[in-house]
Design a binder for this molecule. Structure first.
Ligand code: HMG
Ligand code: MG
Length: 325
């Protein structure tokens, strides 16, 4: 028997995905956020090949490496060689993390035209990750951003631990707004909101984006950066896009995690995001076949199974058909 209440709700329901955009900008963080946490360190040539392959697959924005202290992130100690050797393709934006003026000088020598400054909404995570309090980090970045812009660079900003901190637990919306607003006031063009340990849920996404908007931050100044630790990343992305976000960070193969965030696992996989978006009629400009081939090669080079669900499904499908990948 048909339930008349349900029939009425169905008839009056507005279209669910009316607010989805026709296209989304993918910001690829695999070579940086992905490889920073791998125990197998790829040689420079493989890293360069990975980056150039991702660009060939259609990625238009990509993070190459981090100009941080190699003692803190040994896997990216080759930052100078990698960033200098990648052939630049016109129309593609290449970025790298920079924690201080020393990192900015290295980035300048490597020919970087875009950099990203990064810090957390959590005091403790800032201490553990960049050895500074929140206010000390902001003071450092004031100089870095001013100097970077004076050198003709564009500067992106990260606010991590937005949805929760591995040391402090819940993080107040006020601290997120404070750090994001300070970074934007310095001249950062976009803030990427990091769910560093993958604890966020869709309602929380709405709450945080709504709070930032009410604080006067425009949606075109925001990007989302989810880790899929608890399987909520794609749902969170769908809500963020419905809310009006147009830039999504992701890592090929679902690589990644912050070595100074215990419990952090992979970033949402680029191929999972691209598959879902293309399936919903949202374009990314990324070729899914090329992307999954890169992911598969990477899995061999790192000698481990990667978290990407699309990759797993693809490999299973190829095995069933007895076809090479
Ligand atoms: P510190 O030890 O406080 O730095 O580290 P210092 O200024 O006291 O200097 C100590 C030594 O480091 C000196 O060398 C400096 O020259 C050297 P020494 O005299 O002892 O031989 N040094 C550097 N060397 C190379 N490049 C540099 C540099 N700076 C200083 N840029 C620092 C402070 C910030 C440098 C350190 O804590 C660091 O490098 N941290 C980076 C940690 C990191 O990269 N974590 C992963 C980032 S992922 C993340 O944050 C989340 C994100 O992915 C979003 C998300 O997923 O949610 C963005
Ligand atoms: Mg990340």
């Amino acid at each position: 028997m048909t339930d008349p209440t349900l029939t009425k709700i169905h008839a009056e329901r507005p279209p669910l995905f009316a607010a989805l955009p026709p296209e989304v900008s993918i910001y690829e963080v695999g070579p940086r956020d992905g490889l920073q946490n791998e125990s197998t360190v790829l040689p420079v040539e493989r890293k360069v090949e990975l980056i150039e392959g991702l660009v060939d697959a259609g990625v238009k924005r990509i993070e190459l490496t981090s100009f941080v202290n190699p003692r803190w992130i040994p896997a990216l100690a080759d930052h100078m060689e990698v960033a200098s050797r990648v052939r630049r393709k016109p129309g593609v934006s290449y970025s790298a993390l920079v924690p201080n003026l020393r990192g900015l000088d290295s980035a300048t020598r490597a020919g970087m035209q875009e950099i990203a400054v990064f810090m957390a909404a959590s005091q403790t995570h800032n201490r553990k990750n960049i050895n500074k309090s929140t206010e000390e980090a902001l003071a450092t970045y004031r100089e870095v951003v001013r100097e970077g812009i004076a050198r003709g660079m564009t500067v992106r900003g990260y606010v991590s631990t937005v949805y929760g901190c591995p040391y402090e637990g819940a993080i107040s919306l006020d601290s997120v707004i404070h750090v994001a607003a300070e970074l934007l006031a310095m001249g950062v063009y976009e803030i990427s909101l990091g769910d560093t340990i993958g604890v966020g849920t869709p309602r929380q996404v709405e709450y945080i984006l709504d709070g930032l908007m009410r604080a006067g931050i425009r949606l075109d100044q925001l990007a989302v950066h989810f880790h899929d630790t608890r399987g909520t990343a794609l749902a969170n992305i769908t809500v963020a896009l419905q809310f009006g976000i147009r830039t999504v960070d992701s890592a090929v193969g679902g690589l990644g995690g912050c070595p100074y965030a215990p419990g952090a696992s992979g970033n949402v996989a680029t191929e999972d995001v691209v598959y879902m978006l293309h399936g919903m009629g949202v374009q990314t400009g990324v070729d899914l076949d090329k992307l999954v081939a890169i992911s598969e090669r990477l899995s061999g080079q790192l000698a481990r199974e990667l978290p990407s669900k699309y990759l797993k499904a693809h490999l299973g499908h190829c095995a069933r058909l007895g076809r090479p990948v």
